[in-house]
Design a protein around this ligand. Structure first.
Ligand SMILES: [Zn+2]
Ligand SMILES: [Zn+2]
Length: 418
């Protein structure tokens, strides 16, 4: 009797250990990215931007980058709405207030700097906004409860230098990278839009070439920095384009105004790939950066641009078959989540993997009958598993880590239920 009891205890300890290992692996940080830099080039029409002769350096760098050719400003195509939208990960008009004795405009929802500082504990000098010094006209992040000024970035603001703000911002950004190795940085290049408004075609193109050159030089600075090299993801985008039929203006819903660049490069992303679907928005950067760095952005309406991620990396492997809702355990709530999804009542599963062999995406955790599809039959299988009538399988193209053996499933099942 005594012998049996100790054996039981030993089994319990071993099983607990197995569960702990599984949870640890699935909760491990899946990405190499430790720094995110966003470069916003103001008001470049897609037809003069990436992929054209005006952007030779980014075109060359594209061999190491992933490009979303189907990226849009899907709301107001003016800078005062669109730039803050890239911070908040959503569109919402700026609001006026008086702050520290000045009339300012601020974001109504938390910005990606605030999310990163709050969730990841970064100090202000690790989280940077580089923009010309517009004085009290500089748009501010939010005062949202739970976020707000104590989570704002450090503002790095070179003096206004009309016509040369791109270079001033670039110089400031380089200084900050070398001195502070920021975790989160946003660099604003305004000159392209102003050159477009000037109506002088050659000036507009020259400013695009300049922004192309400076953006590539910024990436080179990052990749030669002792701290940031190979651990930094950079997004390059625009706030809006310009009218399809008239480059001097923008601000309506025409295709030229809406279509923007979405260029992304970093250790966790695909290389030398272009996508035309799914549709992306520049407001998706907030959530995508959060996925990489590990912060939540609950008020962003954007999505994680999963299509950018290199599926040969660890993020599509550290999974547990049957964990449809990605909470690191397999429970009845996964059945509920799956049923609601198939009925069109609930969200799609949080994780999706691109599988080359299928040339498509699979909700990998949901495929518990191992046929490389996620369907109602998988829910049936999961229910049968909970009744002890079936085992879980997985798509053979994407092996889970750690590889789950059938006996581990069976043994952990009653403990997970308790
Ligand atoms: Zn403009
Ligand atoms: Zn337009």
């Amino acid at each position: 009797m005594r012998h049996l009891l100790s054996l039981y205890k030993l089994r319990a300890i071993l099983l607990f250990g197995v569960i702990f290992i599984i949870l640890s692996v699935s909760n491990a940080k899946a990405y190499q990215t430790e720094h995110v830099v966003v470069v916003l080039i103001d008001g470049v029409r897609y037809t003069e931007g990436l992929g054209t002769a005006n952007c030779p350096r980014l075109n060359a760098l594209a061999a190491q980058a992933v490009i979303q050719d189907s990226a849009f400003n899907d709301s107001i195509t003016v800078t005062s709405s669109a730039v803050p939208a890239t911070w908040m990960g959503r569109f919402y008009p700026l609001q006026d207030t008086t702050y520290l004795g000045n009339d300012i405009q601020f974001c109504r929802y938390p910005t990606y700097w605030e999310y990163a500082r709050k969730d990841l504990g970064f100090s202000a000098n690790q989280v940077i906004y580089v923009t010309p010094n517009y004085g009290t006209g500089t748009w501010m992040p939010s005062f949202y409860p739970g976020y707000g000024p104590s989570y704002w970035p450090q503002f790095v603001q070179p003096p206004i230098s009309t016509g040369n703000n791109n270079i001033a911002c670039f110089d400031s950004a380089v200084t900050v990278i070398r001195r502070q190795h920021p975790k989160v940085m946003y660099v604003y290049f305004p000159d392209t839009d102003h050159a477009g408004h000037s109506g002088i075609w050659e000036d507009y193109l020259a400013k695009i070439r300049e922004a192309d050159s400076l953006t590539k030089a910024l990436w080179d600075t990052i990749q030669t920095d002792i701290v940031m090299a190979n651990k930094t993801t950079m997004f390059v985008t625009n706030d809006h384009g310009r009218h399809t039929t008239n480059f001097t203006g923008h601000g309506d819903g025409c295709f030229g105004c809406r279509h923007v660049m979405m260029f992304a490069i970093g250790p966790d992303f695909k290389r030398n790939v272009h996508f035309n679907s799914p549709r992306a928005r520049m407001t998706d950067i907030t959530k995508t950066a959060g996925e990489l760095l590990g912060y939540q952005s609950p008020y962003s309406t954007g999505r994680v641009m999963i299509e950018l991620f290199d599926e040969s990396g660890p993020n599509c492997h550290a999974y547990i078959p049957g964990d449809i809702n990605s909470d690191s355990s397999v429970q009845g709530s996964d059945v509920t989540f799956g049923v609601r999804y198939f009925k069109g009542l609930g969200l799609q599963p949080p994780d999706s993997c691109f599988i080359d062999s299928l040339n498509g995406y699979l909700y990998i955790r949901g495929d518990v009958n191992g046929n490389c599809e996620f369907r109602g039959s998988d829910i049936t299988r999961l229910i049968a598993y909970f009744k002890g009538m079936a085992d879980l399988a997985y798509c053979h193209w994407v092996l889970p880590v750690p590889p789950l053996k059938t006996d581990i499933h069976k043994e952990t099942r009653p403990i997970i239920h308790e």
